[in-house]
Design a binder for this molecule. Structure first.
Ligand code: ATP
Ligand code: MG
Length: 506
């Protein structure tokens, strides 16, 4: 279907920019068009649409007319209003194959809406992939290839409320809905705000799909890090201030305890370790005091025990999801410890092939892998950066979610080969995303500020060219955590009323 004709401007047409005037219907920012070029048929992304009207081009004339009567009353101004599209050529194809555009189309060339099949082919969608929504302004389902998206890691970047967790939930549904013959992976989510716990609740409304049979939600109080699995070096993850001398002494004690364990004494916990240090005769008193007080502070978290809980190798299963509900503790340090231990454990188990290929989702990723290398509280940083670098070799994919991309480690972000970008308005974050995302130029950066909730631009490994997508509605129920202010206010009053009624009964 013809929509317009290429025009000649100061900047083009060139192989990187083609302007056209719309002759039929409308063209939207973010839509794809097809143009005849000397190399074949050219696919181009409309990055901007501009309305022009000669009558309104000169401010002094417009003002003069408007003071006396009105331009529209005296002239056929409507007929001189034009819509001009600014398009970025992506690829050209002909009978011989596809090429990079190196020649511009001629002014006067026809601009058309591309055929859906051509779009699917050139954008790199896979029918058997993850169906996360539809291409804006085209009748095409967006179906991302699971290998290209997950194996090479991806990031979901947007300001608060733009739909990051919603989009992630849609991706998780797609993963959980896969059949065994399609290849099923495991999913582990580190859920800072309890936004995914709804997956674990049985559905009773008939409206949503029930994922509770495939989801395990773990509260922090359900978790235990096994002390015997920790070397003195591992302890430095939890106690970054441990001095070399303290570490040496801890190492000596741990070796002794491990050897006892091999000789039949059972697994030990922090209390046993503390007792052993207290009874040690060669340790300097200052070292002993410091170690005991560090270990006591760890003990207070309630997170350590003699054996692991739950057994990670048994709960991560193909086609199933484990949600670590970190909103169940207010202690930021405990959250860091949970992510540090369990992410390392997943990495090791996956390397040994003891769990299926797995996607690891990290909400608020900037708090776990911050760009600020001075932040000593980021206990999981080392492990997560290793997974970002090496995970793909072992089939451990990362999904980093952040509303502050500037604060997210650029090393980690650069390992995320696909970026799903929703609305961002903060200029620092926008700049950072534009710089670190392949295929975003200044004009597409402008598009990011115009996105509405649930609209995203996908760039990078999972797609051949930037894709403007309307994320589909979710099938799973939203987490109860997502309460509106009014709901919370009502709940509070109901609770107060109950308390008063109870008191009245006394
Ligand atoms: N694709 C969509 N379709 C319909 N509604 C959506 C979609 N995406 C987001 N929304 C709406 O926007 C709201 C905010 O989305 P979401 O909670 O995912 O934002 P967020 O980016 O994760 O925010 P935060 O940074 O605060 O966690 C959702 O509650 C939902 O109502
Ligand atoms: Mg969120």
């Amino acid at each position: 279907m013809k929509v317009g004709v290429v025009i000649s401007t100061e900047d083009g047409p060139s192989p990187t920019r083609v302007d056209f005037v719309v002759t039929e219907g409308v063209v939207h920012q973010g839509q794809y068009v097809e143009i005849d070029s000397p190399q074949g048929r050219m696919l181009a992304l409309v990055e901007d649409v501009i309305k022009t009207n000669r009558y309104f081009g000169q401010p002094e004339i417009v003002r003069e007319y408007e003071l006396r009567s009105s331009l529209s009353q005296n002239f056929p101004v409507k007929e001189w209003e034009f819509l001009v599209g600014v398009a970025r050529p992506m690829i050209v194809w002909n009978d011989a194959g596809t090429e990079r555009p190196t020649l511009p189309p001629s002014p006067g060339a026809e601009v058309r809406v591309p055929h859906p099949e051509d779009l699917k082919r050139f954008l790199g969608f896979n029918e058997d992939g993850l169906h996360i929504g539809s291409l804006q302004f085209h009748d095409v389902l967006v179906s991302l290839d699971i290998n290209r998206l997950i194996q090479k890691h991806f990031a979901i970047l947007a300001m608060s409320g733009a739909g990051k967790s919603y989009t992630t939930s849609v991706i998780l549904e797609e993963i959980l809905d896969r059949r065994p013959e399609q290849g099923r992976i495991g999913v582990v989510v580190f859920d800072v705000h309890g936004e995914y716990v709804g997956f674990g609740d049985p559905v009773s409304d008939g409206e949503h799909v029930d994922y509770s049979d495939r989801t395990t939600v773990l509260r922090v109080s359900d978790l235990r890090i096994p002390v015997p699995s920790l070397s003195a070096n591992d302890f430095t993850y939890f106690i970054p201030d441990l001095s070399p001398a303290q570490r040496r002494e801890l190492d000596r004690i741990i070796s002794a305890m491990k050897s006892d364990m091999e000789h039949g004494s059972g697994p030990y916990d922090l209390a046993d370790l503390i007792d052993r240090i207290a009874a040690d005769e060669v340790m300097k008193d200052s070292t002993r005091g410091a170690l005991i007080s560090w270990l006591r502070s760890l003990e207070k978290t309630g997170l350590f025990d003699a054996i692991e809980r739950p057994a990670v190798d048994r709960i991560v299963r193909p086609g199933e999801m484990v949600v670590f509900d970190l909103s169940s503790t207010l202690d930021a340090k405990v959250r860091q410890m949970v992510v540090a231990y369990f992410s390392k454990r997943l990495f090791d188990l996956r390397r040994e092939g003891r769990i299926p290929p797995t996607l690891m989702v990290i909400e608020e990723a900037h708090n776990f892998i911050p760009s600020d290398i001075q932040r000593t509280d980021a206990l999981a940083r080392g492990t997560l950066e290793t997974i970002a670098r090496e995970g793909r070799k072992f089939g451990l994919g990362l999904c980093l979610i952040s509303q502050r991309p500037v604060k997210l480690s650029s090393t980690a972000l650069s390992q995320c080969n696909t970026h799903i970008i929703l609305r961002i308005t903060n200029p620092y974050d926008l700049n950072h995303v534009a710089e670190s995302s392949e295929g975003i130029d200044s004009r597409s950066a402008k598009m990011i500020t115009n996105l509405r909730p649930g609209e995203a631009i996908i760039v990078g490994a999972a797609v051949n060219f930037p894709v403007f997508v309307r994320v589909r509605r979710r099938k799973s129920q939203e987490s109860k955590y997502e309460k509106s202010l009014v709901e919370m206010a009502r709940e509070f009053e109901e609770k107060m009323q109950k308390v008063e009624e109870d008191l009245a009964l006394l």
